[in-house]
Design a protein around this ligand. Structure first.
Ligand SMILES: Cc1cc2nc3c(=O)[nH]c(=O)nc-3n(C[C@H](O)[C@H](O)[C@H](O)COP(=O)(O)O)c2cc1C
Length: 280
């Protein structure tokens, strides 16, 4: 099994999955501290003018359905990222309307154009993140020319995030692939080690939301990575109050008295209210 993606050597095979809302810089840093070998940003448009916080050198995920802006964007940020990824899995209504993410799978020509531009724009590793579809294996085959690893979330766009991920489909992809395969889909403490017998890397998604310590536990370590640690980093990196409040809600997941705590958090008007309410 590989512990490298292209020329990037990773210290273990546990990765934080790309997630648009949860993966702010403070959360990514905390997941790294907890032991994640690599963390992804959420999907980002190369045409976006928003200020990006990349001091932690994450894997940066792009999305879209044209090459427009990719070269310039990658040139601008290339030194600040560990690797580049292209999203071929988003099942949202917006992706459907704009025909990107999981809805690009019939347009192999555009996919290849985009991967080619990405390959020409960086010496850093490149990955794609695919969903299951009738064309997914074909796309993986054409992508091998340009990318250093392939992520697979083996649910169809119709399934969204529920229903069983099709493990057999991901195994078929692994068998046919020349590049390392990163598995995503319901990875947790119970199945991660078993999945790593088949796949080169696993991505932890929802299990890590509000619980970055999951990476420490997967590595058999005992480490603090609670909301207070998140808050310190969030303040340092000047994150918006609404993002901090959203993450505070996430950190109440599974704890005793969560319902009461959430009600308190709903009424929080500033960071002091939040840190007074939550002692995690
Ligand atoms: C809140 C949320 C946001 C997500 N955002 C992205 C994204 O920006 N790009 C992407 O490729 N996948 C995204 N995903 C999908 C995850 O990366 C992952 O493939 C999926 O959640 C299955 O893994 P899990 O069962 O471990 O959560 C998102 C998932 C969630 C729950």
């Amino acid at each position: 099994m590989e512990d490298k993606i292209g020329n990037l050597k990773l210290k273990n095979r546990f990765i934080l999955a790309p997630m648009l809302e949860p993966n702010d810089i403070a959360f990514r840093i905390l997941c790294k501290k907890s032991g994640a070998a690599l963390t992804y940003t959420g999907m980002t448009s190369p045409l976006s003018k928003q200020k990006l916080q990349l001091q932690d050198k994450p894997a940066m995920q792009l999305f879209g359905n044209s090459e427009k802006g990719i070269k310039e964007f990658m040139k601008k940020y290339d030194k600040k990222v560990s690797l580049w990824d292209f999203n071929l899995g988003c099942p949202s209504k917006l992706s459907k309307r704009l025909c990107h993410g999981a809805f690009m799978h019939d347009d192999l020509e555009t996919i290849e154009k985009i991967l080619k531009i990405m390959r020409e724009s960086t010496k850093k590793p490149i990955t794609i993140k695919l969903r299951k579809s009738k064309n997914a294996i074909k796309i993986a085959k054409l992508a091998e020319k340009y990318v250093d690893a392939i992520g697979i979330h083996p649910r169809t766009f119709k399934q969204g995030y529920s229903g069983e991920p099709d493990l057999a489909f991901a195994k078929k992809l692994k068998k046919s692939s020349k590049v390392p395969i990163i598995y995503s889909g319901n990875v947790d403490e119970k199945n991660a080690k078993e999945l790593l017998k088949t796949f080169d890397f696993v991505m932890v998604g929802r299990e890590a939301i509000g619980d970055p310590r999951i990476f420490a536990r997967l590595l058999g370590k005992d480490l603090r990575a609670g909301f207070k640690d998140y808050l310190k980093l969030a303040i340092k990196h000047k994150l918006f109050f609404r993002q901090i409040k959203y993450q505070a809600m996430n950190f109440t997941k599974g704890i005793e008295g969560a319902k009461k705590l959430r009600l308190k958090l709903i009424g929080a008007k500033n960071v002091r209210d939040i840190s007074g309410a939550i002692n995690l």
